[in-house]
Design a protein around this ligand. Structure first.
Ligand code: PMP
Length: 336
């Protein structure tokens, strides 16, 4: 590799726009367009921060191998940075993830190993356990481990948080996020606890994940289920996930998430991914429940391009039992 490409300098500093065509009650709702990062997601930030931290700490050698467990987006961020910096990358990916992500990863040169989505932590086929095992079998490799790597929340504390605060002109009441690794939540919680402790952190959690119950009741009420939303929701609390600062959690099912994402495209022209729908649905519920005006920020975590054949496809929604009439527009028509 002759030069590290300038593309890495385009990570972060994403735009923030107000969502003016949605019913937000007496509140104003803004969305940070993380889909505009170079591989199309918020995870480019941590792809860069985790690799650069490992370089600084001498944990990877030139041309060395990185290993990670990922829903796809962290893999894309890592694959971009690894390809620019000349590292090899092995990724372990659960089989429910959109095919477009896997094709993009393979095109970037990543070695993708697909494993089961229907097993939990402790099972030998669980994606994080497979990645950990591979890193033991490859001496000298670096297990990135976004779930516990401190450079993950640090990226959001050092960049995403200050960007939001400046873009909102220091007038902000609440931030709505989801949790995959917990990096976004923990980094933003730490930043706002320091500069603006009045800012409420709110969690948008897919139905079936255990996190919303922990926030709202202090304990896990039921066993983890499954959900179609990609990138957020957990069956355990990752070490990088700090839930204690979260004021309230909203449990959003697949149908409500997909409807919200499609509404965002129709009304605002923003093509977000499935987790964006979950976050937007939670943000809308929060905004509509307020009796005093608030300024609220949420994230467009990734681009909807990779879900065009899934949640933006009426036939797919119909097959999943999430659409009554397989006709263009019918989902949106249901909630207008
Ligand atoms: N949305 C999407 C689409 C993601 O891929 C992820 C990360 N898996 C998140 C949200 C959640 O981010 P975090 O890992 O910082 O909790």
């Amino acid at each position: 590799m002759a030069h590290e490409g300038a593309i890495l300098q385009t990570i972060g500093n994403t735009p923030l726009v107000e969502l003016k065509n949605l019913d937000t009650g007496c509140c104003r709702l803004f969305a940070k367009l993380e889909n505009q990062n170079p591989t199309g997601s918020i995870k480019d930030r941590i792809g860069l921060s985790m690799i650069e931290a490992a370089e600084r700490e001498g944990r990877i050698q030139p041309g060395g191998t990185l290993i990670e467990a990922t829903a796809g987006n962290t893999g894309l961020g890592l694959a971009l940075v690894a390809s620019q910096k000349g590292y090899k990358l092995i990724l372990v990916i659960p089989d429910k993830m959109a095919q477009e992500k896997v094709l993009h990863l393979r095109a970037l040169g990543a070695d993708c190993r697909i494993t089961r989505s229907d097993v939990g932590k402790g099972h030998p086929d669980y994606y994080q356990d497979v990645a950990e095992r591979l890193s033991r079998e490859n001496p000298g490799s670096f297990y990135v481990n976004q779930f516990a790597n401190p450079a993950n929340p640090l990226a959001h504390e050092a960049s995403t948080g200050p960007e939001i605060w400046a873009q909102m002109q220091q007038m902000l009441d609440a931030v709505v996020v989801g949790v995959g690794s917990g990096g976004t939540l923990t980094g933003l919680s730490r930043y706002f606890a320091r500069v603006a402790p009045h800012v409420e952190m709110l969690l948008a959690d897919p139905g079936g994940s255990v996190l919303a119950d922990i926030v709202n009741t202090g304990r896990i009420q039921k066993e983890a289920g499954s959900w179609l939303i990609e990138g957020i929701g957990e069956d355990f609390v990752p070490p990088n996930c700090r839930l204690d600062g979260v004021k309230q959690a909203f449990e959003i099912d697949d149908r409500e998430s997909f409807e919200a994402a499609r509404l965002l495209l129709r009304r605002e022209g923003i093509l977000g991914g499935s987790s964006t729908g979950t976050l937007l649905a939670a943000a809308l519920r929060y905004c509509r429940a307020q009796t005093a005006p608030k300024r609220v920020v949420t994230l467009v975590c990734d681009s909807g391009n990779k879900y065009l054949s899934k949640m933006y496809n009426d036939s797919w929604l119909f097959e999943q039992g999430l659409l009554d009439r397989p006709q263009a527009g019918s989902v949106v028509d249901l909630i207008v």
